[in-house]
Ligand binder design. Structure first.
Ligand SMILES: N[C@@H](CCC(=O)N[C@@H](CS)C(=O)NCC(=O)O)C(=O)O
Length: 224
């Protein structure tokens, strides 16, 4: 567990899945931290100073050390505070967890959302293409309580913050039931398991507020 001397600060944005997952890890580990909400359009001098390369949240500052990029932050947290491990010990399983996390953030996230907004080939085709991506995750979680096994781990935080508590809300706002129970029973079971966890409930954005936010994001992409 962390003590007061640990001095942890997190720069984040309320609707950012990348920030939400870092808060989940800090809370699971019981690490006290100071949360600094950021404007991701009109960026603060502090954010620009701490993350001059990407200028994005989240940024974790631990005893003056600065870490950006959520996957790296989660790994840093796991290696620094060893209670309640979130990453697999096995090298292959760990590599696979990072592989799937990258897939979620780079393919399922932006691909699944933007393609549906723009739907150049038609909405039904865009939905089917997004479902093909999501189907990889359906297979991955089959028969397991969580991606990481019996308890919540790294991939659950990455996938959970991105899919049910971000993208699904955007799709809902567009009137799309992207992951219906009959097509994705395992993912739906996993989402129910996630919702049982207190730290998950504490870290996810307010549903209606986020749907509203996602609709603004969709509007920006539509006109871009
Ligand atoms: N790969 C980064 C992505 C972080 C990211 O995209 N953050 C968004 C908020 S959801 C941001 O700060 N956007 C500001 C911008 O794009 O200028 C991570 O995993 O941390």
């Amino acid at each position: 567990m962390a003590d007061k001397e640990d001095d942890v600060k997190l720069l984040g944005f309320w609707a950012s899945p990348f920030t939400r997952r870092v808060e989940m890890a800090l809370k699971l580990k019981g690490v006290p931290y100071e949360y600094l909400e950021q404007d991701i359009v009109d960026k603060s001098p502090l954010l620009l100073q701490l993350n001059p390369v990407y200028k994005k949240v989240p940024v974790l500052v631990h005893k003056g050390k600065i870490i950006a990029e959520s996957h790296l932050i989660l790994e840093y947290i796991d290696r620094t505070w060893k209670n309640n491990p979130i990453l697999p010990q096995d090298p292959y399983e760990k590599a696979m967890a990072f592989f799937l996390a990258k897939f979620i953030d780079e393919q399922v996230g932006p691909g699944g959302f933007k393609s549906v907004i723009k739907a150049d080939k038609g909405r039904e085709v865009a939905i089917e293409e997004a479902r093909e991506l999501i189907n990889f995750l359906e297979k991955e979680v089959t028969g397991k309580d969580f991606f990481g096994g019996k308890t919540i781990g790294f991939l659950d935080m990455v996938a959970g913050s991105m899919i049910p508590f971000c993208l699904v809300r955007g799709w809902e706002g567009m009137g799309i039931d992207m992951i219906p129970e009959e097509k994705f029973p395992e993912l739906n079971r996993w989402i129910k398991n996630l919702k049982q966890i207190e730290i998950v409930r504490e870290c996810i954005p307010h549903r209606e507020k986020q749907i509203e936010h996602m609709m603004k994001v969709a509007e920006r992409h539509k006109s871009a």
